[in-house]
Design a protein around this ligand. Structure first.
Ligand code: ADP
Ligand code: MG
Length: 702
């Protein structure tokens, strides 16, 4: 995130600061990865104790509200044994009192609190027998020192650091001594001056200083605004550069539509393509014939038929003497694609390989050899496909399906797979809200499959209390007795979570009660099964041998059984909106009316209830995606967290959509004017980008 000139004071080890020393230095390094002055500078507070913003205890109203209080602490005592052990204290002001409770770290907390001491306290209110309390509040003594500064920073820290005496207060002192050493000249401006004035941004030094020690709310806001701006600008610049590069990047030319494509189209394509599919295919064909590298995103709701489009694009690659690969985010989905694609291509005598983390030993070696010598033209797999060791003889096209986990940088790593980068086709089932698209796919051209295959009916979605399970099961049985198939899905957020696994097993037993085994066949699939068993069970359902599939979310993407018309989702409140939508997309794939039942407990949070209402009111993936983003924030949406693409220190692409727009325009204009960022006034920002790419966030892009 930062520029550091060698020999700069910013590189000085954090130990050199007053109040740190070797031991604390070691701890800061281990716990927070802070080892230099610079690291500490960019360790921003996440809130402030603002002594002018204090609520009176009397005015505390709703449960769950975050409040800041000030008062005197009395009655500090420990109680309870073992896991119930806790520290309790009473805080009072001139209007009332409340309890503060600590379950963890009671011992050292007790040591650090002073009876009759004056404190400022921040936390979330709950009520017990009508008495308000706060568990694990943030707490800060009020004394003459703190009262000088208006706003006291609160830093992200860890229990261990607190236990070792780096309380929030001492943290603030350390940063204070940091600013005695770091001068404005050590933090030169990186944004061009015309941008600073156009968007009214404060200077870099000012911003970093104010974010730690704001002397007013306005300055704190100004600092955060400026720093968010810089973050988003850097990422938009990177995207603008990739876009620019795309327009000049030499690509492989797929000049002809040949035998493979035509044979498939005429002999094996089992249905007529929809108008939307034809249009998108045409766009792809146009792209790959230009001599430029294609970077295209295909958006289409679940069931819109993206796979076949991808397959035909791969055949086009083969027609022109190239290999193609298709990458999926999960093992199961890769398997599914593999089965599907192989089903088609085997008839045409085309070898297809499956490459995932689970393919090992000799099999793996053979595949790697086949890809390297070109004898395997088509590979399906997970991200194992883009590992350094996997060499292709002549990769011309890479399809990334259900990509949520592949950000701009991962895509860029594909580029090195051939002398010229292969064409890239990204397929996404969840339509992507605009702000997210700008950050995640800003470098791509977009095609939309906005039409479902003919004969599909809208899925009817119902929300039911789990007390009515028997009732629901009766309705499902009626469908099954008509010859349809049903999914019953259990949450399994972490494959390793024992409780989830147990509830799946209990659920399975329960399903057997409603669907006696002498009459109904039930298949079960979950992440703990051996690959082979999983596969077999899946196949039983796919082939119609099983009436019911009891499963975890492993069926979320991929599985395609048109005869399945019912989906029951257990504990639906535990799923996110996009996930529910994805799951629901497993039904409604044939011509029959399909149903989705969301079963939940009866005590739902406001958010859960809202999610259920959204699900029952629309099947439009785009609306759902927007709502999901608004409700959850981009954080772990689409699994993008690990991709790093949306990892901003301060910016939030939903809340800061306005800044995102601004930075996008500014970045585009700048790159048009100075594509290489070689002008002297662009050195600063260029350094920032360089540093980011060194941190491999944007590797392979120079
Ligand atoms: P998704 O876009 O969710 O990946 P799939 O590619 O899995 O959708 O397609 C969903 C189902 O629709 C599959 O059974 C597929 O064979 C079928 N399908 C795709 N295109 C058509 C079409 N044009 N007409 C009829 N069925 C189609
Ligand atoms: Mg798909």
């Amino acid at each position: 995130m930062a520029i550091s000139n060698t020999g700069s004071i910013l590189d000085a080890p954090v130990e050199y600061l007053k109040g740190v020393g070797p031991q604390r230095g070691e701890l800061l390094r281990k716990e927070l990865e802070i080892s230099t002055f610079e690291d500490l500078l960019y360790h921003y507070p996440y809130r402030y104790f603002d002594r002018t913003q204090v609520t009176k205890i009397r005015d505390i109203r709703p449960e769950n509200e975050w409040v800041q209080l000030a008062g005197t602490l009395i009655n500090i005592y420990e109680e309870g044994e073992g896991r119930k052990h806790r520290l309790v204290a009473t805080l009072y002001d001139d209007t009332g009192k409340l309890e503060l409770i600590w379950f963890q770290g009671a011992k050292w907390m007790k040591k650090s609190l002073q009876d009759q001491g004056k404190y400022i306290v921040f936390g979330r209110i709950s009520f017990f027998n009508g008495v308000p309390n706060i568990a694990h509040p943030e707490i800060e003594p009020i004394n003459s020192e703190t009262s000088v500064a208006g706003m006291q920073p609160v830093y992200p820290t860890t229990e261990k650091l607190k236990a070792r005496g780096i309380s929030n207060r001492s943290f603030a002192k350390i940063t204070q001594s940091l600013f005695e050493k770091v001068k404005p000249g050590d933090l030169p401006e990186v944004l061009p001056s015309d941008i600073l004035s156009e968007y009214r941004l404060c200077s870099r030094y000012q911003a970093i200083r104010w974010i730690h020690f704001p002397d007013s709310n306005e300055h704190m806001e100004a600092a955060r605004y400026r720093l968010k701006w810089e973050e988003l600008f850097a990422s938009q610049l990177m995207i603008a550069r990739i876009r620019m590069q795309n327009t000049i990047q030499q690509g492989w030319k797929f000049e002809k539509v040949g035998e493979y494509f035509n044979e498939f189209y005429n002999k094996y394509l089992p249905f007529e393509l929809t108008g939307a599919q034809k249009r998108v295919l045409k766009e792809i064909r146009h792209d790959v014939a230009t001599g430029k590298q294609m970077n295209r995103l295909v958006q289409g709701d679940v069931g819109s038929g993206k796979t076949i489009v991808a397959l035909m694009a791969m055949l086009l690659a083969m027609d022109n003497g190239f290999q193609a690969c298709m990458m999926a985010p999960t093992e199961i989905l890769a398997q599914q694609h593999y089965q599907g694609v192989k089903g088609f291509l085997e008839k045409m005598g085309i070898p297809v390989a499956l490459l995932t983390g689970n393919v090992k030993g000799k099999d793996r070696k053979n595949i790697l050899t086949g890809l390297a010598d070109g004898s395997i033209p088509i590979a399906i797999g997970t991200h194992a496909l883009i590992e350094e060791k996997v060499k292709f003889s002549n990769l011309g096209l890479a399809v990334i399906d259900e990509q949520h986990r592949f950000g701009v940088s991962q895509r860029a790593s594909l580029w090195a797979k051939n002398e010229r980068p292969p064409h890239v086709l990204v397929m996404t089932a969840t339509p992507i809200p605009r702000t997210l698209a700008m950050t995640l796919y800003g470098d791509l051209d977009v095609s939309v499959i906005d039409e479902l295959p003919p004969g599909r009916q809208e899925i009817k979605t119902i929300h039911r209390n789990e007390m009515r399970r028997a009732n629901v099961m009766d309705s499902i049985r009626k469908e099954v007795d008509k010859g349809r198939q049903a999914y019953i899905v259990y949450p399994l957020i972490e494959e390793s979570e024992k409780a989830d696994y147990e509830s799946l097993m209990a659920g399975y037993e329960q399903v057997k009660v409603f669907f006696p085994e002498d009459k109904y066949k039930i298949a079960m699939v979950h992440g703990k099964q051996e690959q082979e068993l999983k596969q077999r069970n899946m196949e039983r359902f796919v082939k119609g041998e099983a009436n019911i599939m009891v499963a975890t979310t492993v069926i979320e993407v991929g599985v395609n059984v048109p005869n399945a018309t019912v989906m029951l989702i257990e504990s639906a409140e535990r799923f996110g909106l996009s996930q529910l939508h994805q799951l629901r997309g497993r039904v409604g794939r044939g011509g029959e009316q399909s149903y989705c039942v969301l079963l939940t407990g009866n005590k739902l949070s406001k958010e859960s209830l809202q999610r259920m209402q959204i699900m029952t009111s629309t099947t439009n993936g785009f609306i759902i995606a927007e709502q999901d983003l608004a409700m959850r924030g981009p954080g772990d949406l689409y699994g993008t967290r690990q991709s790093g693409t949306l990892k901003f220190k301060l910016a939030d692409i939903v809340q800061d959509a306005g800044i995102l727009e601004q930075t996008r325009h500014a970045a585009q204009r700048l790159i048009e004017k100075d594509p290489g960022l070689t002008a002297p006034q662009h050195q600063g920002i260029r350094n920032i980008l360089l540093q980011q790419s060194q941190q491999s966030k944007w590797s392979k892009i120079s």
